[in-house]
Design a binder for this molecule. Structure first.
Ligand SMILES: C[S@@+](CC[C@H](N)C(=O)[O-])C[C@H]1O[C@@H](n2cnc3c(N)ncnc32)[C@H](O)[C@@H]1O
Length: 387
């Protein structure tokens, strides 16, 4: 593909991504994969160049643009003026620029969201800039099979992550799927922040541990390692497909995990026998994902105030279930990969009002930030239920 044809391909993809963001369609990654499946003429270098360009444009623009062309022109004007010279030069490239045509404005997030961040964080600018950046790829050494010290020398250029004891940060050039230590389950892909959430649960061998929103089990596997395969670990979710991915992952990791498929709104029907029994309940709640914009930058264009309201109601409902699952003396951890106060600080305040018996961790809730801890953005609150 010529450089101009790559720009035109990126414009076409941005059109699809913008439409999907407005209408609840597929994620950018899925759309990019589908696009190239039907365009076999694009080689691996073309695919990589177009993909990098598409993500560069998405990261640079805060508001959802009107269309792909306006997005590309706005991005090029702000960050890559050499691209403007390619307009109107090639039949397969973008048409020539027309004076006064629409262009998207650069920014880190939609205005209504930047206002929320500015009201909550004194240094919101740096935080939002970090959220618009790129995330490193982190691994967790699976203590059921190995140690970080043992696997580190087997991964070229990898270094320990600064905070989590089993965390490993990959060099950018390394493809994790090529690593034998990945393929035999000695390491799992997991952001350091997610590892810290699992660590905050303080799961230990012999305990009854419930992961109430386990998804495909990323944190469940970290909990299994802390439990050294002793005790009872129950992974729950309402999403059958996600939960079904946990079995094969657990097998590869050497972990023993029970799964329970929940019915949204009637979760306790399937959990009745576990009420009052758990030493640890993790609620890794569904959330807006504002802390993961580095990985899914187009998520900034999808979020609405209505979606946040629906999520905060669900989070409160799940906290209430989690409290009922605890035995006296048990520990509850509530976490979201969001930095919005309504899903973090204010949600925790409301939980304390509804459950005054809960004792919050002495240090208070933790907030992890990409510009400080170099993790995704997370809110993590831990509580003990008195005996
Ligand atoms: C943040 S994700 C969990 C990610 C997972 N813990 C991990 O480490 O990969 C939130 C999960 O909550 C699930 N969920 C949504 N509603 C739920 C409900 N009512 N009860 C339990 N899980 C629910 C979603 O299907 C989703 O998998």
């Amino acid at each position: 593909m010529t450089p101009a044809a790559r720009v035109e391909a990126a414009v076409a993809l941005l059109d699809e991504i913008i439409e999907a963001a407005a209408g609840g369609g597929a994620a950018a990654d899925t759309l990019i994969q589908r696009y190239f499946k039907t365009r076999r003429y694009a080689g691996s270098k073309d695919r990589r160049a177009v993909r990098d360009l598409v993500y560069g444009v998405i990261r640079a623009l805060g508001e959802r643009p009107a269309n792909g062309r306006a997005a590309m022109i706005g991005y090029a004007r702000a960050q890559a003026p050499e691209l403007l010279a390619l307009f109107g030069t090639d039949a397969r490239g973008p048409a020539a620029l027309v004076e006064g045509e629409p262009e998207a404005a650069p920014g880190s997030a939609p205005k209504w969201l930047t206002a929320k961040f500015a009201a909550e964080y004194a240094d919101a600018g740096g935080l939002l800039a970090a959220l618009a950046g790129r995330a490193p790829l982190d691994l967790r050494a699976n203590r059921l099979k190995t140690t970080r010290e043992a696997v580190l020398p087997q991964i070229p250029g990898a270094v320990p992550t600064p905070h989590a004891p089993d965390g490993i940060r990959l060099a950018e050039s390394v493809n994790v799927e090529d690593l034998p230590v990945y393929n035999d389950g000695r390491v799992e892909v997991q952001d350091e922040g997610s590892q810290l959430i699992a660590a905050a649960c303080r799961a230990r061998p012999g305990m009854v541990v419930i992961d109430l929103c386990a998804g495909a089990g990323g944190k469940t596997l970290a909990l299994a390692a802390d439990m050294a395969s002793s005790g009872r670990l129950v992974a729950c979710d309402t999403d059958r497909q996600r939960l079904s991915r946990l079995g094969p992952r657990a097998g590869r990791a050497g972990a023993v995990i029970e799964t329970r498929l929940l019915d949204g709104g009637r979760e306790e029907q399937v959990l009745a026998d576990l009420i009052g029994t758990a030493d640890v309940v993790l609620i890794d709640a569904p959330c807006s994902g504002t802390g993961t914009w580095r990985r899914n930058p187009e998520a900034r264009w999808r979020l609405t105030p209505q979606r946040i309201a629906r999520l905060t109601a669900l989070q409160a409902h799940l906290i209430d279930i989690g409290v009922r699952l605890l035995r006296p003396g048990g520990r509850l951890v509530y976490a979201v990969c969001s930095l919005l106060p309504e899903e973090g600080r204010l949600q925790a305040d409301a939980a304390a009002q509804r459950h005054p018996e809960l004792i919050p961790d002495a240090g208070g809730a933790q907030i992890l930030r990409p510009d400080r801890e170099e993790t995704d953005g997370f809110f993590i609150a831990g509580y003990e239920k008195p005996c």
